[in-house]
Design a protein around this ligand. Structure first.
Ligand code: CP3
Length: 357
């Protein structure tokens, strides 16, 4: 395997010294890039995920075009439920849809145990090809959805406003919910272990819908499974990033999962979270994605505000607080990355000095 020439991201994940703050953007391979849209016009989304040459090609685009410090494998969280036997369709403008949502005990027993090296071989092929094509330029991140977030899509069948159906399930048939969550926990852990074996340098677990649960329900239906997954993942020292959107009230509890990095959304001050955590984990985030609609001066000010809030020292990976939106000007995404590169070295001066000694 090629030695990494830029390992800022991995060092920051581990809390090691860095000369500047590394930066990447959640959902960085996507429709805001004209180069992505050109490929997407010729192929539907799932074909892109399942054709490793195409997946690797778009995985590398943000590295080449906007200069991020990490690549994330082009795929989707919903390919795990698909591999378990659900029928996934991505609808233009409407988002993902399962035509056979899980509703009964029989539906649950039909969910099959997956072998990632067989059922998701295309992901592992995309990982090894992306690693080869990255040629050590930046690390590659693998990912999965959390069992809870996957459950919401599997039960609702599509995106939802109130999550009524999945809430009815957990409050009326909790043991059935736990049965599915257990199956998903095994699938997610196996899939992340396989991605690591195929070559990813770190993994991120997206709990996009963790924030719709009360603290007690979050612990019961999401957090305990995250802890289990992190203990099951077979890894050398590849960091695990846990991003639970909308769950900002107890970072210490999130850190108790064993994650190396916590992803945080933009509704909290990163400096306050850092204070509460006292070095238990590194932090990733947390600019409001809609700031990228503003002009460059405003973007720069916001970058400086977040760098200042985090303060001096290592353990910060700059990112948005959620995925980049499809109608953002790619120039602004590039400007964000450039501003982090230009403005962050002064927050690492102490480290550069002690290194020079
Ligand atoms: O970050 C990256 O660049 C890697 C690729 C990636 C995608 N989806 C590609 C994608 C990642 C990490 C995801 C994660 C994902 N997928 C999440 C968790 C992160 C988050 O944003 O909360 C969720 C909830 C999904 C499910 C999903 N996939 C939705 C709700 C949608 C439709 C909304 C949308 O953004 O279009 C998708 C489709 C999807 N996944 C696209 C991309 C690039 C757009 C598909 C297209 O080109 O038409």
């Amino acid at each position: 395997m090629n030695k990494l020439r830029n390992d800022l991201f991995l060092r920051a994940c581990r809390g090691d010294e860095t000369e500047r703050t590394p930066v990447w953007i959640m959902r960085q391979a996507g429709r805001y890039l004209p180069q992505y849209r050109i490929i997407r016009e010729k192929h539907d989304f799932l074909t892109m995920c399942k054709t490793h040459e195409l997946a690797a090609q778009v995985t590398l685009q943000p590295v080449d075009i906007i200069g991020v410090d990490a690549a994330i494998i082009f795929s989707d969280i919903l390919i795990i439920p698909e591999a378990m036997g659900m029928h996934l369709e991505m609808h233009e403008g409407k988002g993902p849809m399962f035509h056979n949502p899980v509703r009964t005990k029989d539906d649950v027993s039909r969910l099959k145990k997956i072998d990632p090296w067989k059922d998701l071989k295309y992901v592992m092929d995309a990982v090894s090809l992306s690693k080869k094509e990255l040629d050590g330029r930046v690390p590659l991140i693998g990912f999965s959805g959390s069992p809870w977030t996957l459950l919401t899509y599997m039960i609702e069948g599509k995106g939802s406003k109130n999550f009524s159906i999945v809430k009815k399930l957990i409050y009326n048939y909790p043991s059935l919910a736990h049965e599915i969550l257990n199956k998903l926990t095994e699938a997610v852990a196996d899939c992340l272990s396989a991605q690591i074996e195929a070559g990813v340098d770190a993994v991120q677990i997206f709990d996009t819908w963790g924030g719709i649960l009360s603290p007690g329900d979050f612990e019961e239906f999401s957090l305990q499974y995250i802890t289990k997954i992190i203990s099951l993942i077979i890894r050398k020292n590849e960091p695990v990033i846990f991003f639970a959107k909308g769950v900002n009230y107890d970072p210490v509890k999130l850190a108790s999962t064993g994650a190396n990095v916590l992803g945080i959304d933009w509704t909290v001050e990163i400096g306050k979270v850092r204070n509460v955590l006292q070095g238990r984990t590194a932090l990733q985030g947390n600019m409001d994605p809609t700031i990228l609609y503003a002009n460059k001066e405003r973007i720069k000010n916001e970058v400086i505000k977040i760098l200042k809030s985090y303060g001096s020292g290592s353990g910060h990976i700059f990112n948005l607080g959620h995925g980049i939106l499809p109608d953002v000007d790619p120039e602004n995404a590039k400007a964000l990355v450039d501003f982090v590169k230009e403005e962050s070295p002064r927050f690492h001066l102490q480290e550069s000095l002690s290194k020079g000694k």
